[in-house]
Write a protein that binds this ligand. Structure first.
Ligand SMILES: [Zn+2]
Length: 388
């Protein structure tokens, strides 16, 4: 009787071992395949969204940190039924995750929009040792002009993702060097302390280092490329407001092959981090005036695709229920519930060619924005000779 029992015990142990090994193999296989799928999805996004549409010009406007409730708060404060950006033809949501576990930062989010690739927070236009071609570089190859305007330093993360490839967003000198070496036609931002040491390299026969609005106007008249690092902050009204400056940039970029203009309302994020809601709304409102200016252009020039969106939400802004949501309690009860970025979906608004193909109910991935712009550029410029 002893023998069979012993045999049975050995079998049970073996069985246990087989079950454990099989389970481990199954778990590992599931994790690997999920990871591969996620990697594939993150790198390539969903199927191409825009197939046949083409755009001569693309205007991409990014309100840094601007979530749905930032827009609602601005409407309450300004007593407006809607903002200018809401007048665009189609509205939807964008997912913002990066490869990092934490909510995305501006570097990874802008890299996703600029290159179509998810990267780790802090990385700009590259992941590990792999650099990714951005939409500005693609457009230049197709003969378009490209440029950007930002309300903060021109080497900050969002802009850097469209104009450089660096391991870390804090590598300002390297970002600036790459911008100087780039073929970008219009650069407008802040940061004289960072850029002034490079003035001699920036000034060339066909590019002007501008410090004032007057310099920008002169460069436009003389048909020079603009590298403008402004001495003074952009104003709320008048010729040095963001709305007027984006219009100068647009005029400098216009040409027969078309252009891409990127505009960043950078301080919406700054004041969301510090939970200063009234200051945040002022920045959002300046940004929205710039939206109005460029919407007028896009409406009159129907070959222009324009999208207004955000890189991520900042501050976990929550609006109290309607009766309680007043200007008075906006500051007294802090509507911000965090001082950091969140992973909430952000809004997008768009007008122009390709809009009819963009899904509105399901969120876009931030990498989709790159694929939409790339397709619009490639379809428009397919028959044009490549730039020298
Ligand atoms: Zn931020």
């Amino acid at each position: 009787m002893d023998e069979p029992i012993k045999k049975k015990k050995t079998l049970t142990k073996k069985h246990k071992r087989i079950i454990i090994i099989t389970s481990i193999i199954l778990i590992v296989t599931t994790i690997v395949s999920l990871g591969t799928w996620a990697g594939f999805y993150y790198q390539y996004g969903s199927d191409p969204i825009v197939e046949n549409a083409e755009a001569k010009n693309i205007i991409l406007m990014i309100g840094d940190g601007m979530g749905f409730n930032h827009i609602e708060a601005a409407k309450i404060y300004k007593k407006l039924p809607s903002l200018n950006m809401e007048a665009l033809d189609i509205h939807g949501k964008v997912r913002t995750r990066s490869l990092s576990i934490l909510p995305t930062d501006s570097a990874a989010a802008a890299t996703a929009i600029a290159t179509g690739y998810k990267v780790q927070n802090g990385e700009i236009g590259m992941h590990g040792k792999q650099t990714y071609e951005n939409i500005f570089e693609i457009a230049k190859k197709k003969g378009k002009k490209v440029g950007f305007v930002t309300t903060k330093d021109a080497c900050d993360a969002t802009i850097a993702a469209f104009s450089s490839h660096v391991k870390n967003r804090n590598m300002y000198d390297e970002i600036i060097k790459q911008q100087i070496e780039s073929d970008i036609d219009v650069i407008v931002g802040m940061g004289t302390k960072l850029y002034d040491p490079y003035a001699d390299q920036i000034n060339t026969t066909d590019r002007k280092y501008c410090k004032t609005i007057k310099d920008i106007k002169e460069a436009i008249t003389n048909k020079k490329k603009i590298f403008a690092i402004l001495e003074e902050e952009m104003a709320e009204h008048g010729e040095s407001s963001l709305a007027e400056i984006v219009d100068y940039a647009r005029r400098a970029l216009e040409n027969d092959n078309g252009f891409i203009l990127l505009v960043e309302g950078a301080k919406i994020d700054t004041y969301s981090h510090s939970n200063e809601i009234v200051e945040m709304i002022k920045e959002l409102s300046d940004f929205d005036k710039a939206v109005a200016k460029l919407t007028t252009y896009a409406s009159e020039n129907r070959e222009t695709f324009m999208m207004v969106t955000a890189d991520h939400e900042t501050g976990d802004l929550k609006i109290p229920n309607v009766e309680k949501a007043t200007i008075e309690n906006m500051e007294t009860q802090n509507w911000f519930k965090s001082k950091h970025h969140t992973s909430a979906d952000v809004p997008f608004f768009a007008i122009g060619p390709g809009c009819e193909e963009i899904p509105r109910r399901t969120p876009l991935d931030n990498t989709d924005i790159f694929h939409i712009c790339k397709q619009l550029v490639e379809n428009y410029n397919k028959n044009l000779p490549l730039a020298a």
